[in-house]
Design a binder for this molecule. Structure first.
Ligand code: C2E
Ligand code: CA
Ligand code: CA
Length: 513
């Protein structure tokens, strides 16, 4: 009856009530009458006459009532569960959290409340569509349920957000170990609809009663911890800490300021020369994004790009970078006559929003230059994770005349077989390998092997992060085609490059200029 009281509307309740109560009243009246007249067999429904009719009526009413109750239970289940995953929804989760809070108040029981956000879900959803995205969420729900104890609750409380309650936990270390088990369960690849994808999860952990003694406080704090896990790169667990509140206030300010930045022209590109090691001339420039904030000063990309990449803003900002770079090609060629192209970094998030060939076409058309003026730099990790549609877009961009460079090579750990399939013309060896050159003969052999591999695949090889003459000499001896680094020049605004005639340092002379 409780279920009905909650979920069946008042009018339905009145109808059900009347239909049950009225025949019951008639039966009891009839029984009393039967007793008075000495009739015994008063509840046989087969008996003709008033008793039989009444009992049949009563039975039918009870059957109807039961069906209504089941419908009510179904309604109740539907109201409390997420149809996609079959897991409890936000309302049921709130009930369970209230229960955990009550037990904590009464018996001092500790429980962990976890918020989990699926890493890279949006990218998957944008790439493969909602049907595949829904299948993936279903698989995530199953994976999470499998990783938990039977006493735990896992609920889907938003798009790709899940919440967990683990009752009766002991020390903080135990909570974190449980949370890490959940994270590890999410790290294994998923295969929804025959598409293999590795996601990862950002997990925020709060413990009650330590981190809050009411539902809202706990959820806000778990959200802050989850946000931090995401911000720190995802695929990790973070325990709530009160300092996170101040950080988020700053982050929100930063986000607000970023939106203004695009409208008020606060972004600029700095250019760093790439030097051809065969003839010592500048063969290209890499465009590097900077944010010139009116109060905070010059902000490097690492401080704001990850945030931009999490929002739709990466679309317009990425477009701006490509357009600005294409626009500046002429001026850069005037400074360095051997300069063929400007290299622009594009992120996976940007390519998930628009195909590479479309990006190139849009920017070069607007700037009035051919696609041959651009190189798209995409990190090895991003290429390895990209969908066939993204790769096809890169291939079309290459067919239109742009070059594709695999950036930060060596940090994505691709296998030889994968390297063969990368759609690149240029391999940029990550500066970590350059920095390691002086450490051992082995690092030098490794570097040499990477260069040889790039060449065997018909790629041009660029060494990044050259800071010393010794490094320059080694990478040249290893057969690198070009190099880039502070030894030659730091990234600078076009105006600064133009103003400073001697912007290429003497190191170039050593490189055969
Ligand atoms: P990246 O593509 O690997 O760019 C090279 C980074 O190394 C730049 O950092 C550059 O200033 C720095 N660098 C150059 N030479 C040296 C050197 O000799 N030593 C050392 N220690 N560093 C050197 P920056 O400008 O801070 O950019 C960081 C990253 O941000 C870039 O790494 C790139 O991944 C990303 N980025 C920059 N601009 C854009 C952009 O317009 N779009 C996108 N999607 N990403 C960008
Ligand atoms: Ca780059
Ligand atoms: Ca790089």
């Amino acid at each position: 009856m409780f279920l009905i009281a909650v979920f069946v509307t008042a009018s339905t309740l009145a109808v059900v009530g009347n239909r049950v109560l009225r025949p019951l009243g008639r039966i009891t009246g009839a029984i009393r009458a039967a007793r008075r007249t000495g009739q015994r067999d008063y509840i046989d429904p087969d008996q003709p006459g008033e008793f039989g009719e009444l009992v049949a009526d009563y039975n039918a009413t009870i059957a109807e009532q039961r069906a209504a109750e089941e419908r009510g239970e179904l309604l109740h289940h539907q109201a409390m569960h997420d149809p996609l995953t079959g897991l409890p929804n936000r309302s049921l989760f709130a009930d369970r959290l209230d229960q955990a809070l009550t037990r904590s108040r009464r018996y001092g029981e500790r429980a962990a409340v976890l918020l989990l956000d699926v890493d890279r879900f949006k990218l998957f959803n944008d790439t493969y569509g909602h049907v595949a995205g829904d299948a993936l969420l279903g698989a995530v729900g199953e994976r999470l349920s499998g990783a938990l104890r039977t006493s735990d609750t896992v609920a889907r409380i938003g798009g790709d957000e899940f919440a967990l309650i683990q009752p009766r936990v002991g020390s903080d270390a135990e909570c974190l170990a449980l949370a890490d088990r959940v994270r590890r369960a999410m790290a294994a690849p998923f295969e929804p609809q025959q598409r293999r994808v590795t996601l990862g999860a950002s997990v925020g952990v709060t413990v009650l009663p330590d981190d809050g003694d009411d539902r809202d406080t706990l959820l806000v704090n778990a959200d802050l911890a989850m946000y931090r896990a995401k911000h720190d790169g995802g695929d990790r667990v973070r325990r709530f800490d009160p300092s996170m509140r101040a950080d988020v206030v700053r982050q929100v300010e930063l986000e607000g300021a970023l939106h203004q930045a695009l409208d008020t022209d606060q972004f600029e590109l700095h250019y760093q020369p790439i030097v051809d090691l065969h003839d010592g001339r500048v063969c290209a420039f890499e465009a590097l994004l900077r944010w010139q904030h009116p109060e905070w000063g010059l902000i490097p990309p690492a401080h704001f790009l990850p945030l931009v990449e999490q929002t739709a803003m990466i679309g317009p900002l990425g477009d701006w970078v490509l357009w600005r770079a294409a626009q500046d090609v002429g001026a850069l060629q005037a400074l360095a006559p051997a300069c063929e192209r400007v290299a622009v970094n594009v992120s996976a998030e940007q390519l998930a929003l628009a195909d590479a060939d479309v990006l190139v076409a849009r920017a070069t058309r607007a700037a009035g230059v051919p696609a041959q003026a651009l190189t798209l730099e995409i990190t090895e990790t991003a290429v390895l994770r990209s969908s066939p549609a993204t790769i096809a877009g890169l291939e079309r961009a290459a067919a239109s005349g742009a070059l594709i460079a695999i950036d930060d090579f060596g940090t994505g750990y691709s296998s030889l077989a994968q390297v063969q399939d990368l759609p690149g013309h240029v391999l940029k060896i990550d500066r970590r390998f350059v920095a390691a050159l002086s450490e051992s003969a082995r690092s030098r052999d490794l570097f040499h092997a990477i260069v040889a591999m790039g060449h065997s695949l018909g790629m041009k090889v660029i060494a990044e992060g050259i800071e010393t003459v010794a490094q320059l000499e080694t990478v040249r001896a290893c057969g690198c085609d070009a190099a880039q680094g502070f030894l030659f020049a730091r990234p600078q605004a076009l105006g600064a490059l133009e103003a400073e005639s001697a912007w290429l340092p003497p190191a170039l002379a050593g490189a055969g200029h």
